[in-house]
Design a protein around this ligand. Sequence first.
Ligand SMILES: *Cc1c(COP(=O)(O)O)cnc(C)c1O
Length: 440
Amino acid sequence: MHLYGTQKINEKGHLAIGGTDAVDLAKEYGTPLFVYDIQLFRDRARAFKKTFEDAGIGYQVAYASKAFSSIAIYQVAAQENLSLDVVSGGELYTALQAGFPKEKIHFHGNNKSEEELRMAFKEEIGCIVVDNFYEISQLKKLSEELARPMNILLRVTPGIEAHTHDYITTGQEDSKFGFDLNNGQADLAFKETHEHQFLNLLGLHCHIGSQIFDTAAFSMAAEKLVGKMAQWREETGYTCPVLNLGGGFGIRYTAEDEPLEPSVYVKDMISTVKETAAVQDYPLPEIWIEPGRSLVGDAGTTLYTIGSMKEVPGTRKYAAVDGGMSDNIRPALYGAKYSSLIANKAEAAATEQYTIAGKCCESGDKLIEQADLPLAEAGDILAVFCTGAYGYSMASNYNRLARPAVVFAENGNHQLVVKRETLEDLVKQDMSYALQEQKG
Ligand SMILES: *Cc1c(COP(=O)(O)O)cnc(C)c1O
């Protein structure tokens, strides 16, 4: 069994998170419940930042907040002096409601609406990460109309795709995101933006994948992007001061995953950028990164109550919980794996094997295919680990299930930061239909 961050087994033999008893949290707030270990979030954020600071290099660490977006997590991110990635007007609005420093907000997305872009100009956010030529033309039009400046980065696809345990390099990338670095699109985007009177081109951005467990792909990307910026400098004299290498740092969902320390990823990036810049005689750019999952993923745990159980003789035992694909779509969506523990029997030996099923009307609604647990009974509190990223943020009301509550636990204190939806919430947007008379 593996515990994360501040997790412990307490004197009652219960799982504790952030110094609070998980069984008590389940009682107080109900289940399903997302519990975040905020100290773990802070420790990760600080580890990323410290590595840049120790190396004496200009940097920004932006929390890629699509992993988990809420006012409270934005407040913690601000307290830790992080920057923030948003990908929609909704995330931007949430950040503004949280009082997040506007100048440290970066706006991503492959199809930003005019309304969203206007919001970015009006709020004078830190930068827009430009994805495509349509967006360039919109940004030119808007910035001229408003006579307002905007910092931009160009998102490029370098032809390196990183996956969990390997990466592939392709001459050209079939991705819906960004300008291709190899076929001239990125050069054209540079040409169209770097001299614009209102658009201030800061540099290049790439995001090469997720759940990445080695440093090689980041290094290759860094080398390619610095090379491109050096080429442009040689051709035009224009120096891009920023290199953004995205996110994708892996975390441990199960024993199969072996992530590196944040410092290892960052140190390697820094040395590659330094070397490449030296070779190309290019002024050392600031390095920006965008961790999402690695800040919130293993900081989050979902607590469920076990209800019905079913044995298919000779095949398997099912234990059903009071949530499922409505609060965690990842197993159904792409076979994501998780580990778990019965929070009220945290010290008991794992003698049984269960398939953890959700309560949604889909036979694919299974959270864990094979969970090794002690004998489970109705009423037990099941803790599923590592659900902090792309869990709540992808939650739905499928089957009209109310979305769970979210609690932050830190230093023995716990605090509700997202309320559980109520039955009234579920029909809040519904309107009655003015029934038409039926003839005959
Ligand atoms: C999703 C995303 C991230 C964060 O990815 P993680 O795997 O959660 O670290 C960073 N940058 C961009 C552009 C993204 O789309």
